[in-house]
Design a protein around this ligand. Structure first.
Ligand code: FDA
Length: 398
C-alpha cells in the first residue's frame, strides 16, 4: 500500500510563522492538517529572529507600516488578528516579553520558546520536514507528489515565505506556484537590508569608521525614518537604513540628516559668534561621533575644514556645510541583497486574493499567506504580525 495517497483536509506548504498559525486555527475547526517543509526543521526564521529573542509583534501594528501594491489589502487581516491576540497567546503559554524602542515586543526567553509554543498549539498536525514537492495538481482537490509520497487535500495553503537568506533554504516557491496557476505576482526584492557603496565612496566617507553609529533621519522616495545608522566595512546599516532600504530602488539617492534635531547652519553660525576660537571638529563632535565629525568636515566641502577655528571659516561656507550635514546625499551602489535581507518586498499580487480569506479568487481552495504575499512590514515585529494575522485569517476558511 506504499503508493496510497494520504488524505488530509488541509495541506500547508511551509512550516514558518504563517503556516504554523494557519494550522493552529484550522485544527481548532477540526480540520486534519499536514504541514510540509523542505527544511530540516520547522520555524527556522523564527529561531534566528530578533537577534535570537524574536521581535514577535509591534504595539503599533497598523496598516501604514506595510508596503504593498494595495495598501488597503492588509487591513482586514490585521484588524481581525491583532498584536493583542498574539500577546494573549503568549500569556496563555506563560511567556513574558519586553518592549524595546518604538513599540517592538521581544520575548523574554529565547526565540525557540515562541516556536515551541506554536508547535505545541499545532501538535495535532502532521509536520513533515525534509520533504520536497515534485508537483502539484488540482482537479476536485489538490494532489501533491513529494519525495516522501503523495498527498491529497481539499485546501492547499502556500506559506513558503520569501527568498531572503537562501542558505537557510528560503525560496521563491510561492511565485512558481503563482505561475502554475496563472496568477499575477511582483518579483521579490531584498528589503530591510544594508547598503553597499562603490569603493570610491567607501574610501572617501566610511574608511576606518566601521562600527560608528549615529541617530539620523534617512529619506528616500517620500519616506523617512529617524533611527540609528551604523557605518559598516561595505557601507551603511542600522535600523534607519534597513527601514529605508525597503523603499529604495537601484539608482536612487538617499538623503541623510545627520543632525535631525538641529538646523546645522544656524547652529554653526551661532557657535561662530560665541565660540569662534573652537575648531569645527570640536564643535561638531559635541553632536556627532568625533571621528565622523572630523571626516565630514574634511570631505563634504572638498576642503579640509576640520581643524580650522570657526571664526576663520567664512559664514557662507558654514551655511553650506551645515546644509550638507542636514541633507547629505549618497547613492548606494546596491544593497547586500538576499544574503542578508531580513525580508523581501513583492510576492503574490494582492489583486489575486480575497483580503478576508487569503483565498485565490480564481482558484478555489488555494490560499497564500505570510511573506509570500505582496505585503511587507517595516522593521520591528511587523512582519511576524502579518504572518500571524494572514495565517489566522486563512485558518478560519481552509
Ligand atoms: P517563513 O520564511 O517564516 O517560513 C517559510 C517556510 O517555508 C520555511 O520553513 C521554509 O523552509 C519553507 N519553504 C520554503 N520553500 C519551500 C518549498 N519549496 N517547499 C517546502 N517548504 C518550503 N520579523 C519580525 O517581525 N521580527 C523579527 O524579529 C524578525 N527577525 C528576522 C531576522 C532575520 C535574520 C530574518 C531573515 C528575518 C526576520 N524577520 C523578522 C522576518 C520574518 O522572519 C519573516 O517575515 C517571517 O518569518 C515570514 O513568515 P512566513 O511564514 O511567511 O515565512
Amino acid at each position: 500500500m506504499e503508493n496510497k495517497i494520504k488524505q488530509y483536509d488541509v495541506i500547508i506548504i511551509g512550516a514558518g510563522a504563517a503556516g504554523l498559525m494557519c494550522a493552529i486555527e484550522a485544527l481548532k475547526r477540526d480540520r486534519s492538517v499536514l504541514i510540509i517543509d523542505k527544511a530540516n526543521k520547522a520555524g527556522k526564521k523564527i529561531l534566528i529572529s530578533g537577534g535570537g529573542r524574536c521581535n514577535f509583534t509591534n504595539m503599533n501594528s497598523e496598516p501604514e507600516a506595510y508596503i504593498s501594491g494595495n495598501p488597503h489589502f492588509c487591513k482586514s487581516a490585521l484588524s481581525r488578528y491583532t498584536q493583542w491576540d498574539f500577546m494573549a497567546l503568549m500569556q496563555k503559554h506563560h511567556l513574558s516579553w519586553n518592549e524595546k524602542t518604538l513599540g517592538q515586543l521581544f520575548c523574554d526567553l529565547r526565540a525557540g520558546a515562541v516556536l515551541e509554543m506554536l508547535l505545541d498549539e499545532c501538535k495535532q498536525a502532521d509536520i513533515q520536514v525534509n520533504t520536497y514537492i515534485k508537483n502539484i495538481n488540482h482537479k476536485d482537490s489538490y494532489i501533491l507528489q513529494t519525495d516522501a509520497g503523495a498527498y491529497q487535500a481539499e485546501s492547499l495553503v502556500i506559506a513558503t515565505g520569501g527568498p531572503s537568506i537562501p542558505k537557510m533554504g528560503a525560496t521563491d516557491f510561492g511565485l512558481k506556484i503563482a505561475t502554475q496557476f496563472k496568477l499575477g505576482s511582483i518579483s521579490f526584492r531584498p528589503a530591510l537590508v544594508p547598503f553597499i557603496f562603490h569603493q570610491y565612496d567607501i574610501d572617501k566617507y566610511f574608511k576606518d569608521l566601521s562600527g560608528l553609529s549615529v541617530c539620523a533621519q534617512v529619506s528616500c522616495n517620500g519616506m523617512n525614518f529617524k533611527e540609528m545608522m551604523l557605518i559598516t566595512h561595505q557601507g551603511i546599516s542600522g535600523p534607519a537604513i534597513l527601514q529605508i532600504s525597503s523603499y529604495w530602488h537601484q539608482g536612487d539617492n538617499l538623503t541623510i540628516d545627520l543632525l535631525p534635531d538641529l538646523n546645522a547652519s544656524e547652529f554653526l553660525l551661532s557657535m561662530r559668534e560665541t565660540r569662534g576660537k573652537a575648531a569645527l571638529k570640536t564643535i561638531l563632535s559635541e553632536h556627532l561621533p568625533k571621528r565622523l565629525a572630523q571626516r565630514l568636515a574634511n570631505v563634504l566641502m572638498h576642503k579640509k575644514l576640520a581643524d580650522l577655528p570657526l571664526g576663520e571659516i567664512k559664514q557662507k561656507e558654514l551655511i553650506n556645510f551645515g546644509f550638507m550635514l542636514n541633507n547629505w546625499v549618497l547613492q548606494p551602489s546596491d544593497t547586500q541583497g538576499l544574503r542578508t535581507a531580513e525580508v523581501c518586498t513583492g510576492g503574490i499580487d494582492t489583486k489575486e486574493l480575497s483580503s478576508k480569506t487569503m483565498e485565490v479568487k480564481s482558484q478555489p481552495n488555494l490560499y497564500f499567506i505570510g511573506e509570500t504575499v505582496d505585503v511587507t512590514g517595516w522593521l520591528g515585529g511587523y512582519n511576524f504580525q502579518w504572518a500571524w494575522s494572514s495565517g489566522w485569517v486563512a485558518g478560519q476558511y481552509v
